[in-house]
Design a binder for this molecule. Structure first.
Ligand code: FRU
Length: 737
């Protein structure tokens, strides 16, 4: 139902005095009607409410009987209440606010048609809290109020009550709270509480805004970790941090400290031994993977302001072998077009864009009100990037999920190709100069998995028995084979315009585990190398934001080489860790030709550094067997082969810490297995992950786990089937020191 009441007159809203002579009620909704308001949309219902609506938790802290509640028709409804004009006669306006904390659910004060105050709730809560605006500057002027719910989905509602004018500033919440520092040290250390409500912080240098405001969870009641804000560039200057809102009791506000060092627990329990992690803060998708002048670049979705998703920047690291990484400063930061979502990078050898021969050109999604595609270039080996002056290069055509550009040079037709995720399809574009893009074709309707949004595509060739095939990776969230996100692929042909898939039993997944997402491949790998190199984000949106790490969240999978293989039934894309991370010759210890005991023990020399287990299993006609990775506390991951049901199952329900999310220890993680005479298994074990590869990666399962002690045993259960043989059991080290 949509309705709107329009006033014909502009009479001033009556101000009623209340007991305290100082205060004038603007609106307390106690008349039980919205007679003083113009209404649009259906979110606020026809009249003020007496409390919670069906499906809403009980409301706490409203005054009197009625309030404005935009939960009518649930969170998806939207609407606006606009007050009649009234005169500002006091120093402050105080009001109660509750509901969601989105920027799109807010109360706003307009003076002469200009917005002078706009406030959204600070926490997601049905408890109303008191907020105040300083309106001294507008005394004597006419003003209107707007209460807006323009947010769909979870917490897409607002509660407002008891709006008054007063000479008392009643809230203990301060708006645009500013702290200033004369900079003589390298960092300002910010105390963070992972669950605190998000607040905004804007940096000013000598009064000038630097960059855009970032969201931050400044500690309210206790400090969980510190984040360094690098201010070295402003030595000798005065900088200010302006917090959108602050509460007098926030302990974080009082403890921000200048420092020349940033000391944090880098070695925390679940920091992996040999997988890439950000130094601190949150990381998701790998981005801009390009090889250039002897360096593999890994950019990544990065929040330098906290260990949860938000404030997307491109973090940056370089490596000569994809194992030893050097952290570099943030490469691309948000701007007025939006935050910096996923994308790719190429080397523009022929200077097609005119930025310079050999420039690294990065493509990313500017995630503002709409998603658009932008570019930036680097002429100094990726150390600094300049954003193109005429961004975005691809405007939004009216598609909400329109992102993650992946670009490559298509030599046969001398042109660039971009694959872009466009809701439920991948759209291919072409360009001669990386700046002007033209749509070529769209792929994906009625094929593959579609139960979530399509993201992070990658189109690339692989050669199989001398013949070039084209592979298209498409990540999807949710809708993976075992819940949450996963990366599906298609194999087919590409003629420079259209991708045509081969008939295969889609959906096919590059990894059936729960923790390999948004992976794409490196560009510009030298022909002399010729490998197709890939890595993914080793986490899952189902629980990624709450995994039990501290200063940082998320690791990447091992870098892997991709190849086409035939699994006995159909063609697959196989993935296997790159040779740089070591092989069976690297510090091999237990080598047993035959399994003589059912449990193998792994020494600290191995589990403290990360290790690999490999062996061959010949079922010899029998169907079910399993092996278990376990520790002395009985925490374990069970791997089961069922050759009759043709599944390979990973069970991590008892793997260690699991109660941080109800989505984590979901029962069985299944992958399709083809019947073979023999299976080779490789399991890469790190502090908080296992990556299993069957038959050289024809089947892969990557699953994170949080054991409270390292797994130090491998136990076989052949269910008494002595016919099964387990051979060549090898334990070796990962090459990473
Ligand atoms: C995939 C994704 C991308 C997006 C990025 C935002 O994990 O949702 O589609 O660009 O993460 O961080």
């Amino acid at each position: 139902m949509r309705k709107s009441f329009l006033y014909s007159s502009f009479s001033l809203l009556a101000l009623t005095s209340c007991d305290n002579k100082d205060s004038l009620i603007i609106e307390d909704f106690e008349s039980g009607s919205f007679e003083n308001w113009t209404m649009e949309g259906d979110a606020f219902g026809e009249t003020p409410e007496k409390g919670a609506l069906p499906g809403q938790q009980p409301l706490v802290g409203l005054e009197g009987k009625f309030l404005a509640n935009s939960f009518h028709n649930g969170d998806d409804s939207r609407g606006t209440l606009t007050s009649k004009p009234f005169r500002i006669e006091r120093d402050y306006i105080n009001f109660l606010i509750g509901g969601g904390m989105s920027q799109d659910t807010y109360i706003e004060l307009l003076v002469n048609g200009q917005s002078v105050h706009k406030t959204h709730n600070l926490i997601e809560s049905e408890t109303l809290q008191l907020m105040s605006w300083d309106v001294k500057a507008y005394k004597g002027l006419e003003a209107t109020l707007r209460i807006v719910d323009n947010q769909r989905g979870s917490w897409g509602h607002i509660l407002v009550d008891a709006i008054e004018q007063s000479n008392q500033y009643k809230s203990n919440i301060m708006e645009n709270y500013t702290l200033s520092y004369d900079i003589s040290k390298k960092y300002l250390l910010l105390p963070i509480e992972d669950n605190a409500p998000e607040n905004t912080v804007q940096l000013l240098v000598n009064g000038e805004k630097i960059g855009t405001a970032q969201n931050i969870r400044l500690a309210r009641t206790h400090i969980q970790y510190w984040l360094p804000l690098s201010v070295e560039a402003y030595k000798g200057k005065k900088i200010s941090l302006v917090f959108g809102q602050a509460t007098k009791s926030d302990i974080g506000i009082n403890q921000i400290k200048p420092s020349d060092t940033f000391d944090y627990n880098y070695q925390e329990t679940y920091r992996p031994n040999y997988h890439f992690t950000p130094p601190y803060g949150w990381m998701n998708d790998p981005n801009g993977m390009v090889y250039h002048n002897g360096e593999y670049h890994l950019f990544y979705q990065y929040n330098p302001y906290g260990a949860r998703w938000g404030n997307m920047h491109w973090g940056h690291a370089v490596s000569e072998d994809m194992i030893h990484w050097r952290h570099l400063p943030v490469a691309i930061a948000p701007d007025e077009l939006g935050t910096i979502f996923s994308g790719s990078a190429v080397v523009d050898k022929h200077n097609t864009a005119g930025f310079g021969k050999g420039a690294i050109v990065a493509f990313y999604t500017s995630a503002g009100r709409q998603q658009t595609q932008s570019i930036a270039y680097s002429l100094d080996n990726g150390r600094t990037f300049t954003k193109y002056a005429h961004n975005p290069v691809i405007p939004n055509p009216g598609i909400e999920d329109f992102r993650d550009p992946k670009v490559f040079w298509y030599a046969p037709q001398n042109k660039w190709i971009m694959s872009l995720a466009t809701s439920q399809t991948i759209t291919f574009y072409t360009s001669k100069n990386l700046k002007q893009w033209e749509k070529l074709s769209e792929f994906g309707e009625n094929i593959g998995a579609h139960t979530g949004v399509w993201e992070c595509p990658d189109l690339f060739p692989l050669v199989y028995e001398g013949k070039t095939k084209w592979v298209l990776f498409v990540s999807i969230n949710p809708g993976g084979p075992n819940g949450g996100n996963a990366t599906q692929y298609f194999i087919g042909d590409f003629d420079g315009t259209t991708f045509t898939p081969d008939p295969l039993p889609y959906p096919l997944w590059i990894d059936y585990g729960r923790d390999n997402y948004a992976g794409v491949t490196w560009s510009n790998i030298p022909e002399s190398d010729g490998r197709r190199l890939f890595l993914g984000w080793m986490n899952n949106w189902d629980y990624g934001n709450v995994v039990p790490t501290h200063n940082f969240r998320s690791a990447m999978t091992l870098p892997r080489e991709l190849r086409l293989a035939h699994n006995g039934e159909y063609m697959v894309v196989a993935s296997f860790p790159v040779k740089e991370v070591g092989d069976e010759k690297n510090g091999a210890s237990i080598i047993m030709d035959k399994l003589t005991e059912d449990t193998l023990h792994i020494g600290p020399d191995y589990y403290n550094n990360g290790y690999v287990l490999s062996f061959t299993i010949k079922p010899n006609g029998l169907s079910i067997f399993d092996f278990t990775l376990q520790n002395n506390k009985g925490e374990k991951i069970i791997y089961t082969f069922d050759t009759d049901k043709k599944t390979f199952i990973v069970d991590r329900t008892q793997s260690g810490l699991a109660d941080f999310s109800s989505n984590f220890a979901t029962p069985l993680i299944k992958a399709p297995l083809t019947k073979k005479d023999s299976y080779t298994i490789h399991i890469w074990v790190d502090k908080a992950s296992t990556e299993v590869f069957v038959n050289g990666g024809e089947l892969a399962q990557t699953n994170i786990a949080f054991p409270t002690e390292p797994y130090n045993q491998l136990k076989f259960d052949l269910r008494g089937n002595i016919a099964i043989s387990v051979d060549n059991i090898t334990l070796y080290k990962v090459k990473h020191d």
